[in-house]
Design a protein around this ligand. Sequence first.
Ligand code: SF4
Length: 287
Amino acid sequence: MKILIAKDAGYCFGVRDAVNLAYDTANDKGDVYMLGTIVHNERVIENLDKAGAKVVEKIEQVPDGKTLLFRAHGTAPELWKEARKKNINLVDGTCPLVTEIHHEIKLLEKEGRKTIIIGDHGHDEVVAIAAQVEKPIIIANIDEAKQMRKVKRAGIVSQSTQMIENVQEIINVLMQKVYDLRFINTICFPTRRNHEQIKELALQCDVMIVIGSYTSANSKRLTQLSLERNKRSYQVTSSSDLKEKMFDNCNSVGISAGASTPDEIIQAVVNKIKKIGKNTEGAIIYE
Ligand code: SF4
């Protein structure tokens, strides 16, 4: 059985850097605290916790003199302000591509535009983008776009991990609602590459395996993109979710993984599929 792994499967550079920063900071300073989980992956959180990187809900839970790490998803300015007032050290793990979205939405607001974010309600990244400007509108899907009132001038950014198809559908509706509309495409390049690769792989392979936590919106989106092109697509969280019957009459398997899936989980899945498929040649990286 042939195994093809999407080249950009798994950690994006933003998440990889933030996780490494959490380990390095825990090593250097003893404990490090994070507001919420650094990635949407339970195993990574457990391992980080063992290394001394703890999750807290509120800044007030960070003990005096300790270190607070702000995560890759970005953080609302009010939380930065609150943290600076405390006697704690701050480490910024914000992905530079998220910082770029903050910058873009502030520029759109300066141009006198109503700001619109295409993204998931309540997602940490979207919450932090929304906090950069006054009363932005958050639109997650086409139905919400249809309900929006007409506006004279508006500017749109998107959550970094959105699917371009969703964004395009929403913009088509908004074009009928906004006289002067400006769109900045802030889907990040690791997401774009990951999406392009899974779309191609899903058409070429008999079976598709997407590795990622069910709490990860971007893993779910990958699964959706794959399922739309290949009915034999399965999302798994680890190698133990794989069943031999998934691979009946299968000559080729495509593998992708969400941006919060660590390398060791991907490797364990590949190893198990190799065993099931009696693959002795190894896996091919699909670019
Ligand atoms: S998904 Fe994109 S924007 Fe988000 S952390 Fe990864 S690289 Fe940065």
